[in-house]
Design a protein around this ligand. Structure first.
Ligand code: PHE
Ligand code: ZN
Length: 879
């Protein structure tokens, strides 16, 4: 079996390499059928290395043609080719040059790791372990070297030749070939290496850095799509300016290029000076991209650019430290988008995402610490925990230290570790030293898996005018970690008086309270506030100041009070969500809501919509009721997704029947015909209007379906078109089939819009969905190897269609597990990622649980799975 025999790798076994790489020189010849890579590696043993220590180089899917040391071909007995690469049995005990010549077959590389072709363009993906598929190397992040690469290719086939750093030479040859030589002066790990060779169009601009240096900016893409790159270019320039202004970080090369490719396993990659992007995160035009697409482009362009400091200048010692660069960089990209858009609205959306994706990971069989201590396949650890929880940890650090001290610590970290491959401990130490704080207990956030639960109860004594808050934290056991330590929790809060304004207190005792923040670091805490004239309503965890599950003492009336009065917009939103969640969980358990309950939530929503000081984008979020998966998680066990779906529909109908007029008016007065701009204000208005439309359809109103159809038909931009089609398809109204067909025909030629069609088909909760998906997969024109298409169809079905994925007859589970087995033979990363949808399987009621287990077991028996998929499968079954 491919992946079954692989052993885990442990953090505790970390040891530096016995040899260092001083220089890498590559000479790459791109030919239509195969590519030759000649590598000259200047290697030197460390002072501590014993003579005769073998040199073990990583290599994968390489065909070795020749090998020499210091110009002399090696005897067959001097090296051996192994499963994992190549070993020099007794290298010289001094500086030496190793030359290897290998052949690669990028045409047959469907895994999209190493050198591959995407629509004819040669491109690379080296993080985390792709460079070993280009040449034999010490392919790990703590081996840093300067790279120089000569690329030679047919002038017609590949007029564009790009790599990292600066272009130092180029020229023509007489045989129709040409070459370019790129040199990157910054030593870097191999995972940041990149090459692109192809026939591409481009747009160009420039940026002047804070010290006055001009940087040439380029975005490369398929010919004819250049005009779709403008927003990405604009985002790039804003990112560069923002990182200077907010964090004092300047760009360090004269060139910065971005290349958009159609086949890519992730979103994008931060290769030094040559970012490679999934084209869906570059291309944007009003007719084909939604407001959400524009926002993602801005955020991912920012993310990859920000890696230049958090990741590239300071990199990771080993892959266990992945969140050193990813958590920090997600935090930075979130802050960028918040500064460009809206702090509270972005926070709501980031938290929604965290709860939707990271919480279920942290609460299921795939739970792992933000810094894991072992793995079988590192590609399986590019997770929401490493990225999004990693960002929450950095955010808590900023909250605890305050903005000025956080900046001091970050500056020290960048300064001290510039050019290093380092660790989480070193990151934390920089903050401790710069600010004189003790962060040892805080560091647990990186080491301990699971989402802490924070329970709060309160008591008010009118006699003594004291108010007591009792807080208890606990973290549930996760695989491999049964005992948990208490965490450091920064809990932003306020006490709200009967008139809706903040209350002050005379004294507080029993724990650490700094202004509006409780710092909790014990299992429990009882805080006593004195000088409180009336019973307050506590607003806890403002801005979601710690990534925990909060159980508050609040009754529905208190929550509705907060929804109206809290000065913290996040908690206003949260209060509405909490009321809706409670009504639904109680109804699923058999206690229906009353008319008064519906009146209460409807009038709070109505007041929210009428508010003059809330953003339309905020109101859009208020109108979006908790997702079915959120309800499922709140219930926690014996889940019947069909029941949850029905209850949620009923709640929507109940609310909408009370708000139909308001929603319709909101819809009609905000349905602007202004020419499209992706800016936050206009996008927010669209989001609010479309949230109203969606409710009008889902709530079964008389006008809803007609308004939606009309909007679909006259839409001038993709945001409005999709926003009209989505509720039609979700509710499977009589128009659904015809409009889906219309959409399909209208956008046949645009693969990225086709993804939206695939996702709509896959997310619709109607009974016909499995048949539709099978028909799409069976269509010979369906691109079977493109990750975007596969994810749009099957990722969406598995993750965003809770009722049909978890059908009681098991057909949804089987569809997904059979798909995983098939795709695994071509692209293990995509297969393993889709398989993670099963992480919730133990939460289902017995029939569905058994059906899910059967699907997983038959995948296991299908045999010969990749290491990626085998690892996810084993952990999912065991957890
Ligand atoms: N490092 C990339 C990022 O910015 C993600 C990535 C990982 C891309 C692995 C490709 C392969 O988050
Ligand atoms: Zn990243």
């Amino acid at each position: 079996m491919r992946g079954d025999t692989d052993e885990a790798i442990f953090l505790k076994d970390y040891a530096p390499t016995p040899y260092l790489v001083e220089k890498v020189e590559l000479d790459v010849l791109f030919k239509p059928d195969r590519t030759r890579v000649r590598a000259l590696l200047t290697l030197v043993p460390r002072d501590t290395t014993e003579p005769g220590t073998p040199l073990e180089l990583d290599g994968d899917a390489l065909t070795l043609d020749s090998i020499a040391v210091d110009g002399l071909p090696l005897a067959l007995t001097a090296y051996k080719e192994t499963e994992a690469g190549l070993t020099l049995i007794e290298p010289p005990h001094k500086r030496f040059v190793l030359e290897t010549n290998v052949w690669l077959e990028p045409e047959n590389n469907t895994e999209l790791m190493g050198l591959y072709r995407s629509s004819g363009t040669w491109c690379t993906q080296c993080e985390p372990e792709g460079f070993r598929r280009i040449t034999y190397y010490l392919d790990r992040p703590d081996v840093l070297a300067p790279f120089k690469v000569k690329m030679t290719a047919d002038r017609q086939l590949a007029p564009v030749l790009l790599s990292n750093g600066n272009l130092v030479d180029q020229g023509q040859k007489d045989d129709g070939m040409h070459f370019a030589v790129w040199e990157d002066p910054h030593p870097k790990p191999a995972y940041l290496f990149a090459m692109v060779a192809g026939d591409l169009g481009s747009i160009h601009d420039s940026f002047t850095t804070m010290s006055g240096r001009d940087v040439a900016l380029g975005i490369y893409c398929e010919h004819g799509k250049e005009d779709r790159c403008a927003y990405a270019m604009d985002s790039l320039k804003r990112s560069m300016a923002w990182d200077e202004k907010r964090f004092g970080r300047e760009y360090d090369l004269d060139i910065f290029n971005v290349v958009a490719v159609s086949d890519f396993n992730f979103g994008a990659m931060e290769n030094k000076g040559l970012n490679i992007f999934n084209d869906k995160l570059v291309f944007a035009q009003p007719e084909t991209a939604t407001d959400a697409d524009y926002a993602s482009i801005e955020s991912v362009i920012g993310h990859e650019y920000f890696h230049n400091w958090s990741g590239n200048r300071v990199t990771c010692r080993d892959w266990f430290q992945l969140c050193l660069k990813e958590g920090l960089t997600v935090y930075r990209d979130q802050e960028f988008s918040m500064d460009e858009r809206s702090r509270p609205v972005n926070r709501i959306e980031d938290v929604r995402q965290l709860r939707q994706i990271q919480f279920p990971e942290d609460g299921g069989p795939l739970a792992h610490p933000a810094r894991p201590d072992n793995y079988r396949e590192i590609n399986n650890f590019y997770t929401a925990t490493v990225y999004e929880k990693g960002a929450e940890i950095v955010r808590m650090l900023a909250t605890l230290l305050g903005e000025a001290d956080f900046r001091k610590g970050l500056d020290l970290y960048f300064e001290r570790h510039d050019g290093d491959a380092t660790t989480i401990e070193a990151f934390i130490a920089a903050f401790e030293e710069a600010t004189g704080s003790d962060l040892q207990q805080f560091q647990q956030w990186y080491l301990q898996a699971g989402t802490p639960e924070l329970k709060v109860t309160d008591r008010y004594d009118p006699e003594t005018q004291t108010y007591v808050l009792e807080l208890t934290q606990s973290t549930p056991p996760t695989p491999g970690q049964s005992e948990k330590q208490p965490m450091v929790l920064p809990i932003k809060f306020g006490l709200i008086g009967p008139n809706g304004s903040e209350m002050n207190w005379d004294t507080v005792s029993g724990g650490e309270v700094r202004d509006d923040m409780i710092v909790m670091n014990t299992p429990s805490l009882a805080l006593t506030f004195t000088g409180i004239p009336n019973r307050p309503v506590p607003s806890l965890l403002r801005g979601f100041s710690a990534p925990v599950k909060l159980k508050t003492p609040l009754e529905q009336d208190d929550e509705l009070f907060l929804a109206r009065h809290d000065s913290d917009p996040f908690n206003r939103w949260q209060a509405l969500q909490d009321v809706a969640t409670r009504l639904m969980t109680e109804a699923v358990a058999g206690t229906d809501w009353s008319d008064a309950d519906l009146d209460g939530i409807a009038s709070a929503l109505e007041e929210t919509l009428a508010s003059k000081d809330l953003d339309p984008a905020f109101k859009a979020n208020a109108l979006a009721l908790p997702a079915e998966q959120t309800i499922a998680r709140a219930i926690g066990q014996d889940i019947d997704p069909a029941r949850i779906h029905a209850v949620r529909d009923a709640l929507i109908s109940g609310i909408v029947s009370r708000l139909a007029e308001t929603l319709e008016k909101l819809y009609l007065t905000n349905d602007s015909r202004l020419s499209y701009s992706p800016d936050f204000k206009q996008a927010g208005r669209r989001a609010m209007k479309n949230a109203a439309l969606s409710l009008l359809v889902a709530g079964g109103t008389a006008h809803g379906p007609r308004l939606a159809r009309e909007q679909y038909e006259r839409a001038q931009n993709m945001t409005d078109r999709i926003a009209a089609l989505t509720p039609i398809v979700t509710a499977w109204t009589p128009d659904a089939q015809a409009l889906l067909g219309d959409f399909r025909t209208m956008y046949t030629a645009d693969p990225l819009v086709l993804d939206k069609w695939l996702a709509l088909n896959a997310a619709a909760p109607d009974e016909g969905v499995i048949g539709r998906i099978k028909a799409i997969l069976a269509d010979p024109s369906f691109p079977r190897n493109n990750p975007n298409r596969l994810r749009a169809l099957m990722g969406t079905f598995a993750m965003r269609n809770p009722t049909q994925f978890a059908r009681a007859d098991g057909a949804g589970f089987r569809l997904v597990s059979e798909f995983v087995a098939d795709v695994d033979t071509r692209n293990p990363q995509v297969a393993a990622r889709v398989l993670t949808a099963f992480r919730v399987w133990k939460m289902y009621e017995p029939t569905r649980r058994a059906a899910a287990e059967n699907a997983l077991k038959s995948l296991k028996e299908s045999g010969d799975l990749s290491r990626n998929t085998a690892e996810i499968l084993d952990r999912t079954l065991a957890g």
